[in-house]
Ligand binder design. Structure first.
Ligand SMILES: Nc1ncnc2c1ncn2[C@@H]1O[C@H](COP(=O)(O)OP(=O)(O)OP(=O)(O)O)[C@@H](O)[C@H]1O
Ligand SMILES: [Mg+2]
Length: 384
């Protein structure tokens, strides 16, 4: 993920820049500041520590001065100067002042993407810390892993510092697009085809937006032959980690041992969803043993879904059989689950049902971030 700051003379100018940024970048500071002279703003800019600063001034004559000031404040960052004027003298002056790129207004998305590509190429070894992968799987179909993945992604996207992707790795037909009512132009199959030149900027063109979450849809059709080579999937996930703070992977009922091994390696946590029934319990035990053998047993977080006080198998029975604690219990609420699917939205964004609340608390515990209850009683978000 590339951290960007915008310094523009008006909020319209600031929005015109922000609206042209690809989603693989994150705006960490944006200042309306003509000439950029206030020391408080300079302090904010320095502490935001952007890798790139886009600088525009109302008058072209002030541009080089503003660029010089930003360059002094952020000597390691790239500066993109933005101006309506294109005369060579102005360009030379801003480059001498420290600009690495000169972009003309109205901003052209392709030109901006090319400039970002040049930045990426030069800073390959100096990337920001890679994001986290949180995978969701189950040992038996229908346990609720896609529902958990969708709500975990949507909940995490509510934290202000999070930039979240949701990847459907179910081969060949996943459910995410149907559950979120998306009609994706591109899918995982396109990312696979372009893997040799895949970077956060290209990846951005392949994802579809569902609220704040960027979704990479599964291929969505039969007849694609055997599943994708594991090295390719590994490379795609590494590009996601560059571009997003959190990548949630839906690997429902992962039966592919190679894929499970990869997810064991790259994930911070692997959520293993099960329902309280004997066949699910037996299979889950096997799956956890396999994860143990990959050295990833500690990453497994068991989630008991559709739990109910009257269940024949109790939480204690399950914990005893699996030889580990259940990380989280989600209540059974068929109506709320179906309503969310019919609405094409994550349950956590829809209502305050017990299940939605439980998804939120689960998201807090898993990510280590917290939702804050505002005075009005509505949820707003902050990261701890
Ligand atoms: N807590 C819950 N309460 C009631 N119904 C639920 C709950 N969680 C999921 N469901 C329902 O169970 C069904 C299966 O859920 P989901 O598709 O998320 O499971 P899955 O593990 O991804 O299945 P698959 O193996 O097909 O990938 C869906 O109809 C969903 O609405
Ligand atoms: Mg599923």
């Amino acid at each position: 993920m590339i951290k960007i700051a915008i310094i523009a003379p008006s909020s319209e100018a600031k929005d015109a820049i922000a609206n042209n940024l690809p989603r693989g970048v994150r705006v960490v500071e944006s200042l309306v500041a003509d000439g950029f002279k206030e020391s408080a703003q300079q302090g904010r800019l320095r502490s935001a520590a952007p890798q790139i600063a886009l600088v525009e001034t109302a008058n072209a004559e002030d541009l080089a001065l503003a660029v010089r000031l930003v360059h002094q404040l952020l000597p390691g960052s790239w500066i993109f100067a933005v101006s309506e004027k294109t005369d060579p003298e102005l360009i030379i002056e801003t480059v001498r002042a420290g600009a690495r790129e000169f972009l003309t207004k109205p901003l052209d998305r392709a030109a901006l993407a090319e400039a970002l590509d040049r930045f990426m190429a030069e800073n390959k070894s100096d990337q920001a810390e890679p994001g986290k992968v949180l995978s969701v799987t189950s040992a038996k179909g229908g346990a609720g892993s896609t529902s958990v993945a969708i709500n975990l992604a949507s909940g995490t996207a509510g934290f202000p510092m999070a930039h979240v992707a949701l990847v459907d790795l179910i081969y060949p037909l996943g459910d995410i697009t149907a559950y979120l009512n998306l009609k994706p132009k591109y899918t995982l199959a396109d990312a696979v085809k372009s893997v040799g030149r895949l970077d956060p900027v290209l990846l951005d063109t392949f994802v579809s937006q569902s609220g704040e979450v960027s979704v990479l849809a599964g291929p969505g059709e039969f007849g694609m032959g055997p599943s994708f080579p594991i090295d390719t999937v590994s490379k795609i996930l590494s590009v996601f980690r560059q571009a997003y703070s959190h990548t949630i992977v839906d690997a429902s009922s992962a039966s592919d041992e190679q894929l499970l091994r990869l997810l064991s390696e790259v994930s911070e946590s692997i959520v293993v969803v099960l329902t309280p029934e004997i066949p699910a319990l037996w299979r889950t035990l096997r799956l956890l043993e396999l994860m143990d053998s990959h050295g990833a047993g500690d990453k497994a977080k068991v989630v008991l879904n559709r739990s109910h006080k009257k269940d024949e198998i109790t939480r204690r029975d399950i914990e005893k059989t699996l030889g580990r604690e259940i990380f989280w219990c989600l209540p059974n609420d068929y109506r709320a689950s179906i309503d969310a699917i019919n609405a094409g939205k994550p349950l956590v964004t829809m209502n305050h049902s017990g299940l939605a609340g439980s998804f939120r608390e689960f998201t807090e515990r898993l990510t280590g971030m917290e939702f804050k209850q505002s005075k009005k009683g509505l949820f707003d978000f902050f990261s701890s």
